[in-house]
Design a protein around this ligand. Sequence first.
Ligand SMILES: Cc1cc2nc3c(=O)[nH]c(=O)nc-3n(C[C@H](O)[C@H](O)[C@H](O)COP(=O)(O)O)c2cc1C
Length: 479
Amino acid sequence: MASLTIRKLDETVKTYLRLRSAGNGRSLEEEVRVILGDLIQGRPESSAARAPSVAAPDAQSRAPRRAHDEARVTLIIGGGVAAYKALDLIRRLKERSIHVRCVLTRAAQQFVTPLSASALSNERAYTDLFDPSSEFDAGHIRLGRDCDLIVVAPATADLMAKMAQGHADDLASAILLAANRPILLAPAMNPLMWNNAATRRNTAQLARDGVAMIGPNAGEMAEAHEAGVGRMAEPLEIAAAVEKLLRPPPPRPLAGKHVLITAGPTHEPIDPVRYIANRSSGKQGFAIATAAQAAGADVTLISGPVDLDDPAGVRVRHVESAREMLAQVEASLPVDIAIFAAAVADWRVAQAGEQKLKKTSAGMPPLQLVENPDILATISKLREKRPPLVIGFAAETEHLIANAKAKLARKGCDWIVANDVSPATGVMGGDRNTVHLLIRDGGAISVDSWPVMTKEQVATELVGRIAETLSVKTPEKTS
Ligand SMILES: Cc1cc2nc3c(=O)[nH]c(=O)nc-3n(C[C@H](O)[C@H](O)[C@H](O)COP(=O)(O)O)c2cc1C
């Protein structure tokens, strides 16, 4: 589509495009896509789109992907029996929302047709280095750059030899030589070819050149009575390797750390059917548990009664009262980080009725309150098993910072997350929070006031601060 359109463009427009795409380190086709994307979304010209000027040729390889683009793979199909599996690979990649553009070597076309590759990829399949009907920009450059990853499957012994030697006498090898994108090979060949000294040398050279490889696997060969290492990795395995290269897993700064979090209100029984409670929804504590789990931590969440689903991948202990919560907290120690976000009731009824209290002519039953255990202070002041980082929450309705500072000193914790829970703020039960992070550092207390955020954003920010602090305290060991 783009090639035809571009070829028919006015010379001045073509020159502009050519210079602009070179300046931005993009192919012509990608440049047109960026311009159209900006136009449709009503953005001013992309900030990445510099005025036509020539940039370093490898600038594109470092350019971050634009979020709205789908991942793009150039799939080079080599001339081996396993070429038929490449057709399945196209499907597997497309299932993962990866755009695929196929290139078939001359030998590959003996095994599968460009038509099949084209039909499955919904894209034109490319076969020739000197293709008069192809783009007016050099196809071998474009196909090696207008993508995020080049996959060669099957990678024949011949293609690998050409790559290792730097040949460029057909479209596939020229793309591979001109590429500035990562390359993943899925070798497939007879075990004797794979074990041949020349292939061994070429494989080692390609590894040194930074080329990634998946397989080959051991198993039966297409040739009768032959088995050994040489089978191409299965399409699903290759697709998983592609995903890993395209979408590397997010960093896990809290991997290996055990994080304990309390959340929600507590219910303090008056009798079997009545209780004292508060308006805490548990949303902030649950969001922190989710963020800590996403950061790789082993998370224990001790939750009072809430109307929320347990976060995936988190160990959840459900409790009712403050005393049950403390017991579960103590049973979970030792931990590396303890975050006390629960709104624990300060008082409970001294003698909760065993039976439902009845209305009587004697008037209202006297409810004597006694103090609940202070979970934050108890854990902060432990001699043994005190977590290295203890974080409390201060929910205040007045004198927020002053009260939070006093709480930090009184409880003996390390950090306090202070939030104003006056009814007007909508914090209790709501989805947003405005917090101030108080950090005790020796005798001083620093106050960091964050803007209004969703509770998930507060959680991510808090987990980020924790990870930052731990990385400063425990620098990576160097050997
Ligand atoms: C039936 C048949 C099957 C083949 N299978 C393979 C194979 O699995 N792996 C391989 O490296 N070469 C295989 N070859 C040899 C390649 O097709 C040959 O080396 C060709 O030049 C590779 O071209 P290409 O690397 O440009 O695709 C096979 C050849 C034939 C005739």
